[in-house]
Design a protein around this ligand. Structure first.
Ligand code: CP
Ligand code: NVA
Length: 321
């Protein structure tokens, strides 16, 4: 079952605003293509020949922006990255007019901003594919790289268990949707008041009823990591969260730090995952992120082939309803 899916006239998925825009088959199509792009990065160099892709980043980025720019170059296109001060949006031009105009020039539009509603408005008024490169509620491109990394570690994902510890943020929401589609059991441990989006959990549970995934929410990090094949965390203060929440969050999240003693409660061969950037000494200790269980660098590296695959799939119309 898909949620808020933008389907074009031919029944093809036009945009990727959240993981659950995809069905299981579509998600596996992207992951399979990503494997091929990792083996042969220049294999579709003609796809974007003579074309531009616009990247609008209204929040900072290291991985997403550079991996997308590289992915576009490897598909033969030219990436045009613009910040908020470079578009007329900041001077009051509407999202709708901006979307229509960019559609007349570019082949796809990659957007990182705050509001999910804004990205939906861009998508609704663009005739080209729109990709969510992170919003306050979703980070689908991150989770494509994460699922590819998990496939490389385990092969089949069905029946594996991932525990996410910390803030129920955009990354947590997208992980819930990805795990639900692919049959990965997911446990989310957050302090009270920091749970993932209730609507995401509800719709993911509907998807999970088909895939067999179990989605559990709890407030005890020690109980949550027991039996986990992967322990995942993210920063305690995401971009856009007011800095005056810092002290309270540091106190609330302190028991949720992923350190060696928490990792020791997971499966002996469990891996540690983090989307990065990490705030070492807060949500994770050096010994864990730099230790033998850490897979954070493969996760970051897999952003590139998964984004190449996503662009290829949306542009060629490989994703069906
Ligand atoms: N993980 C991730 O999206 O990193 P950036 O914020 O650096 O793009
Ligand atoms: N949750 C983090 C993810 C950064 C990639 C944030 O939104 O800042």
């Amino acid at each position: 079952m898909s949620v808020n899916v933008a389907i074009d006239r031919r029944g093809e998925l036009k945009d990727m605003l959240r993981i659950s825009d995809l069905n299981r088959g579509g998600l596996l199509t992207i992951l399979d293509a990503a494997k091929r792009f990792k083996q042969a990065p220049m294999s579709k160099l003609g796809l974007l020949e003579g074309e531009t892709v616009v990247l609008y980043f209204n929040k900072p980025s290291t991985r997403t922006r550079i991996s997308f720019e590289t992915a576009i170059a490897r598909l033969g296109g030219v990436p045009l990255s613009v910040g908020p001060r470079e578009l007329q949006l900041d001077r009051g031009e509407s999202i709708e007019d901006t979307a229509r105009v960019i559609s007349a020039y570019a082949r796809a539009f990659v957007i990182r901003t705050f509001s999910d509603d804004d990205v939906r408005r861009f998508a609704a008024h663009s005739s080209i594919p729109v990709i969510n490169a992170l919003t306050d509620r979703h980070h689908p491109c991150q989770v494509l790289g994460d699922l590819m990394t998990m496939q490389e570690i385990w092969g089949e994902l069905r029946g594996r268990r991932l525990t996410y510890v910390g803030d129920g943020d955009n990354v947590a929401n997208s992980l819930i949707e990805g795990c639900a589609l692919l049959g990965v059991d997911i446990t989310i441990a957050t302090p009270e008041g920091y749970e993932p989006d209730i609507g995401v959990v509800k719709s993911a549970r509907e998807i999970a009823s088909t895939s067999g995934a179990r989605i559990e929410l709890m407030q005890d990090p020690i109980k949550a990591v027991q039996g986990a094949d992967a322990v995942y965390t993210d920063v305690w203060l995401s971009m856009g969260v007011p800095d005056d929440e810092r002290q309270k969050r540091m106190r609330d999240f302190a028991p949720f730090q992923v350190n060696a003693s928490l990792m020791a409660r997971a499966q002996p061969d469990a891996v540690f995952m983090h989307c990065l950037p990490a705030h070492r000494g807060e949500e994770v200790t050096d010994e864990v992120i730099d230790g033998p269980q850490s897979r954070v660098l493969p996760q970051a590296a897999n952003r590139l082939p998964t984004e190449q695959a996503l662009l290829w799939a949306l542009i060629t119309g490989a994703l069906h309803e």
